[in-house]
Design a protein around this ligand. Structure first.
Ligand code: GAR
Length: 196
């Protein structure tokens, strides 16, 4: 079985979209793939309860309990690698995981670590993407799914979804429009990866 491990920090709506697609589309029977676990750096992330409701194993690892980024990443890696199998490398899916990962972590999962970012990369890497798109007068905005490389929000692009920026948009209204597209795009990209 190919194991997908999803990392979250908050709501987990993208995680749920992927897990629900996996169940609805019978990924286990069709592709030998399952969402094996959802891990969070925050024990109170609402997405963890959501994952449990979907019957998925959850765990949390508090980054504040570690002396350095590298120490946290090493512990996270150890946790993830319990789902790594010979001949079926774990796929790590970042879904609103709000931690910068060390180069050592990223390189360990090269080619099996994906992220979703709420902008049309390479525009607006980093935080506050929707407000920055509005402030820049952009007519379109969107989200990007990309392979993760050590440089933040810069890996090869797998897919993008585009939405209009409408007159009167706030960061919140634009974020909601983008998020609806994220929920369609991210499960499709993960399915394409595990089908290979
Ligand atoms: C999503 O919009 C995702 O693109 C974004 O956080 C949100 C998580 O929502 N990710 C980042 O900003 C990564 N830098 P969710 O927890 O409901 O999936």
């Amino acid at each position: 079985m190919k194991n997908i491990v999803i990392l979250i920090s908050g709501t987990g709506s993208n995680m749920a979209a992927i897990a629900q697609a996996a169940q609805r589309e019978h990924w286990a029977e069709r592709y030998g793939a399952q969402v094996a676990a959802v891990l969070s750096n925050k024990a109170d992330a609402p997405g963890l309860a959501l994952a449990r409701e979907l019957g998925i194993a959850t765990d949390s690892l508090d980054h504040k309990a570690f002396a350095s980024r590298e120490a946290f990443d090493a512990a996270l890696r150890q946790r993830i690698d319990t789902y790594d199998q010979p001949g079926a490398p774990v796929l790590v899916v970042l879904a609103g995981f709000m931690r910068i990962l060390s180069a050592g972590f990223v390189n360990h999962y090269a080619g099996r670590l994906v992220n979703i970012h709420p902008s049309l990369l390479p525009a607006f890497a980093g935080l506050n993407t929707h407000q920055r798109a509005i402030d820049a007068g952009c007519k379109v905005a969107g989200a990007t799914v990309h392979w993760v490389t050590p440089e933040l929000d810069h890996g090869p692009i797998l897919a993008q979804a585009v939405v209009p920026v409408l007159p009167g948009d706030t960061a919140q209204t634009l974020a909601a429009r983008v998020l609806a597209q994220e929920h369609l795009m991210y499960p499709q990209v993960v399915r394409q990866i595990i089908q290979k």
